[in-house]
Ligand binder design. Structure first.
Ligand code: ARG
Length: 595
């Protein structure tokens, strides 16, 4: 495992050195290097620097150029910069040597991690994601949390971060009083058999939930019995707890079946729901009250904020304990913070939760800061995501106005994708089983990619037609690019990885593709620091687009300059495919070898 400096980093280093040599008084000034269409890179740092030192930017740029060794690409194997010129008011336009591109890519290809270093400042992150609610159907909001969370987990782990997953499922609260009481009075309801499938588990629960709710709303005595049952539950009464566990277990069968369809791994020990913090709640409240962070107000334990006011202008507090002594969502989240910081030793807490809960988290985090559970060394971030909209731009609902069942959506995506695969399958001679398998990989990939390719904070439209399209910014397009490369490599019949030839000049489309492949490491560093998987998706889409252009312009197996060029192009294809596969897998998307 060897980390490979990117071309951008090498050029940056050289220009920075030249800048310091040309202008010692500038100290270690940043040349502000970026990719550019004019040349490969452009450095703009001379402008601000000249202004600051009251000099002429073009003159300064010329001095920097004097100190940069430039060699024609093939003459000096170590030269990175092939051409450099001063342009405009004092930019530097820099072209890197073809040999440097191929040599850098060769170093990446030689490494399992494509030359990507581990983060220097890796720590421990606890991430709270994929947290559906017991005895309730999962909806598209739970889809988002699971898909975004899973991608962030994979990306962070790849950088070397220790990641602890927490699925904060809704498995506690007053609604269980009603459910358990109903079950006690109608013992046959869940008793008959264990659910055979997730779907069956959910339909059992749904039926029970509806029946219990109806009774609760119509029968005052049942309502009272349900209330007393909540007290039993909280007191840990054995029979009550046993029934509660039945609900949780039945729901888990359902959750796991959905996560399985989504191709997302959820491990039982990581499912620590609201109930898991039950023993901490009283102490959390005591600590908050004793420290003065929370105060009693009309019997409730509250935390107040200057900037959180209701429509009437009165402050809206975070209620940690209700006046009847009950604990709510906030007490649980504050206890979870204590657990994650003090027991799990996290330095970062991430919450992949709907933006509609942002005020809750803002108040919870601020409370934890006031009491010192969060501080300069431990911080918390909500990765707030937007709403999934229907084609009409309104929150996604069925025609009857009900929330869309997640399973139905996933099944439909898979069916549509299977149809797309089937159309192309004749050429490949795929069997029906293969079509179905790829249908799943393509369909689920399409759903995930649609979610991950727009900034999480934004709403997006759930449009299956668009998602499984072969053209445009879809996972199918990326998967086809990958499969096409595999087909080229198979036709080439190379047993081992094709060898690079740094001595060969590169065509413009080869350079563009190569430079983009080389940017993967920097993209990942940015994506993992900002928790923005959509930037990885954008990178991969551009990668596939660069490959398409390359494939149009540069014959691979029939390259005009002979066997070395064939090999060099195969090498570029292979590294592109490895980069695509690595990037897609960090997004949780499969890359079938044949499509
Ligand atoms: N179960 C909640 C819901 O479905 C999400 C839980 C979010 N995590 C948390 N620590 N509050 O909306």
């Amino acid at each position: 495992m060897a980390s490979v400096p990117s071309l951008a980093a090498s050029v940056h280093q050289r220009v920075a050195n030249a800048l310091t040599a040309a202008l010692p008084e500038a100290g270690s000034a940043d040349p502000l290097l970026r990719r550019s269409d004019r040349a490969d890179f452009q450095a703009n740092g001379m402008l601000a620097l000249a202004k600051q030192l009251k000099g002429n930017p073009r003159e300064l740029a010329a001095k920097v150029v004097e100190r940069l060794p430039v060699a024609p690409s093939s003459a000096d194997p170590d030269s990175v910069i092939a051409d450099i010129e001063v342009s405009g008011p004092g930019f530097l336009n820099i072209t890197v040597a073809d040999s440097a591109i191929t040599a850098t890519l060769a170093a990446r290809a030689a490494d399992d991690r494509l030359g990507i270093p581990f983060a220097a400042d890796a720590g421990t992150t606890v991430i709270d994601y994929a947290q559906p609610n017991v005895a309730k159907e999962m909806h598209v909001g739970h889809l988002r949390s699971a898909v975004i969370g899973d991608a962030v987990v994979k990306i962070l782990e790849f950088t070397g971060e220790k990641v602890i997953r927490r699925h904060h499922i809704g498995d506690w609260g007053t609604q269980f009083g009603m459910l358990i009481q109903y079950l006690i009075e109608h013992p046959h309801e869940l008793d008959h058999k264990d659910a055979a499938s997730g779907e069956e588990a959910m339909s059992n629960l749904n039926r029970l939930y509806k029946a219990a709710r109806a009774l609760f709303d119509s029968d005052a005595e049942f309502k009272e019995r349900s209330r007393r049952r909540v007290v039993d539950l909280q007191a840990g009464d054995e029979q009550t707890i046993a029934l509660w566990r039945k609900f949780v277990d039945e729901s888990k069968i359902y959750f796991y079946s959905v996560f399985d369809k989504l191709d997302i791994e959820v491990h039982d020990p990581d499912v620590v729901g609201e109930s898991g913090y039950n023993d901490m709640l009283a102490e959390t409240c005591r600590l908050l009250e004793e420290s003065g962070v929370a105060v009693r107000s009309e019997g409730a334990l509250c935390v107040f904020f200057d900037d959180v006011k209701g429509p009437d202008g009165n402050p809206v507090p975070l209620i940690v304990q209700k006046s009847d002594g009950g604990f709510g969502y906030a007490a649980t989240d504050l206890s979870a913070i204590r657990d994650r910081v003090q027991n799990l030793q996290a330095d970062t807490l991430l919450y992949v939760v709907d933006a509609r809960q942002s005020l809750h988290f803002k108040m919870v985090f601020e409370t934890a800061r006031r009491i010192g559970w969060l501080n300069e060394k431990v911080h918390a971030v909500q990765l707030a995501f937007g709403t999934v909209l229907g084609k009409d731009g309104k929150p996604f609902k069925t025609r009857e106005g009900e929330t869309v069942r997640l399973e139905d959506l996933l099944d439909e995506a898979t069916e549509r994708a299977a149809a797309v695969v089937r159309e192309k399958s004749e050429k490949l001679g795929l069997t029906e089983a293969e079509i179905q398998e790829r249908g799943g990989q393509v369909g689920i990939g399409a759903v995930k990619y649609a979610d991950l390719s727009t900034s999480a904070s934004r709403d997006y439209k759930f449009d299956l037609d668009q998602m499984v399209s072969l053209n445009g910014d879809t996972s199918v397009y990326l998967q086809y690019a990958y499969a096409r490369i595999q087909s080229i490599l198979r036709r080439a019949g190379e047993a081992q990885s094709p060898a690079p030839h740094p001595e060969l000049p590169l065509a413009p489309a080869e350079r563009a593709l190569g430079l983009h492949v080389d940017q993967f490491a920097e993209t990942l560093a940015e994506v993992s620091a900002s928790y923005e998987p959509h930037k990885l998706a954008a990178y991969l889409y551009q990668l596939a687009s660069h490959f398409t252009t390359f494939y149009d312009q540069c014959p691979v197996l029939k390259a005009e300059d002979g066997p070395a060029q064939v090999e060099n192009r195969l090498f570029l294809c292979d590294l592109t495919a490895r980069t695509l596969r690595q990037g897609m897998s960090l997004l949780g998307i499969r890359t079938p070898e044949r499509l």
